[in-house]
Design a protein around this ligand. Structure first.
Ligand code: C5P
Length: 411
């Protein structure tokens, strides 16, 4: 594949979070791709990463203050403008809560924020928020992210994992390799190629497993193929895709951020992190409706002639998103039905407050679980019903996304 970064001018804006210590490696990776890299730091970033290291790996001076030293002459006084003209793309990693707030309000009290304003139109800005999980999920940070996304910035959801505080959760900056691949995607896609370009799309896929004991579980036949096809197609259209999947035997589609879970509760806990920040939530997972109330520790013995397992209800992930979704966010679901299909699908659309539901005909030969094809009927909030023929799951995903793009136009 052609290297889109070769010869490109990339600015890395670094703000003051612990993940800043990884940025010299990011600079090296970009240089290896043949990009010209210049680095701009906030004042607090200098506490986490050395200017000398960044200047050495970038082979360029590093920028911080808007005000050059007193003995400077010429272009340095307007450096924030010439850098904005120079850049083919601007990566902000890590983007702290403070920097997100300054960027979203248009403040320009240092080189990084001023540069954000002088960048030439159409140049990709890829932002990597990284901070404590609670800070990331706070309404203020989420609002600022929404503002930046609405302006066309690609805001990449942080990873989930260990945080500097010792806590675990959402908030980690993606690894430098993953930042490079997001940037490549941003440079490849063009803003006018798809309405999904730069949108944050969360897809759930696959089955869940609900533990009966240490070695047994309740599950279903879902293969995850439909959800993975949607994730792949959305990423190809330039969306920023987070795929939350139960146990499946499938390769992660290129450019998709994949999070593996096992149970419905785990899927809910992970999905909840993205309720506020995503633009589109697509529930393609076959989530178990019930789970054993008290899974047995270890392996159950077959001593009794019969046993009873009490099942309790799992949370409905998609319905919860439907309840919480804000103006402009879209909720899309699937309804796999064996009888009274269309009526049940319509009821689900309303009950879960969805914008679109795909009624999934189920016969296990041409449509539904495991097979490579699907027969979908799409129903939107206005009751418009579109019957699709039998299609491969890849083609069905494209049709579904075409329909979602039409809904994007209306929101
Ligand atoms: O109500 P039913 O399970 O048929 O709804 C199916 C839709 O709801 C699918 O989109 C599925 O991904 C989603 N769902 C969910 N959480 C559940 C059950 C279903 O997100 N616990």
């Amino acid at each position: 594949m052609e290297n889109v970064l070769r010869g490109k001018n990339i600015i890395i804006g670094i703000s003051g979070g612990i993940a800043a210590y990884k940025t010299p490696l990011l600079v090296r990776l970009l240089k290896k791709c043949g990009a010209h890299v210049r680095v701009v730091l906030t004042e607090s970033a200098t506490r986490f990463v050395s200017e000398l290291a960044l200047a050495t790996v970038s082979e360029e001076r590093v920028y911080r203050s808007l005000f050059p030293p007193a003995d400077t002459t010429g272009v340095d006084y307007t450096r924030h403008i010439s850098l904005g003209e120079w850049a083919d793309a601007f990566v902000i990693a890590p983007a702290t809560a403070n920097t997100l707030a300054r960027l979203s309000t248009g403040l320009c009290d240092d080189m990084l924020t001023a540069l954000f304003l002088t960048l030439r139109p159409g140049k990709p800005v890829v932002v990597f928020p990284a901070m404590d999980g609670q800070m990331f999920l706070s309404p203020s940070v989420q609002r600022n992210i929404a503002i930046l996304s609405a302006q066309g910035c690609m805001v990449i959801n942080p990873d989930i994992g260990e945080l500097a505080s010792g806590l675990s959760g959402v908030g980690r900056m993606p690894e430098p390799e993953s930042i490079v691949s997001s940037l490549e995607k941003a440079m490849n896609a063009t803003a006018d190629s798809s309405l999904l370009y730069g949108k944050s799309v969360v897809v759930t896929a696959g089955p869940t497993r609900e533990k009966i004991d240490g070695v047994r579980f309740i599950s279903n036949y879902s293969s995850g193929k439909m959800g993975f096809a949607i994730a792949r197609a959305a990423a190809e259209r330039g969306a920023l895709v987070t795929l939350i999947t139960g146990p499946v035997q499938l390769e992660t589609p290129p450019g998709v951020k994949r999070l593996d879970v096992e149970t419905a509760m785990e899927m809910y806990d992970v999905a909840e992190n993205f309720f506020k920040s995503c633009n589109i939530f697509i529930g393609a997972a076959a989530v178990s409706d019930y789970r054993p109330a008290a899974p047995f520790e270890g392996k159950m013995k077959k001593e009794k002639p019969e046993i009873e397992i009490t099942l309790i209800k799992n949370p409905d992930i998609l319905a919860e998103f439907g309840k919480q979704k804000a103006q402009g966010q879209l909720a899309v679901g699937f309804a796999l039905e064996t009888h009274a299909g269309l009526d049940n699908a319509r009821k689900k659309l309303n009950a879960k407050n969805l914008d679109l539901i795909a009624f999934n005909f189920f016969d296990r030969k041409t449509s539904g679980f495991e097979v490579d094809t699907n027969i979908l009927t799409l129903i939107d909030k206005e009751g418009t019903t579109t019957e699709l023929p039998q299609l491969t799951k890849d083609d069905a995903a494209e049709k579904l996304l075409d329909f979602i793009e039409k809904l994007c136009l209306k929101t």
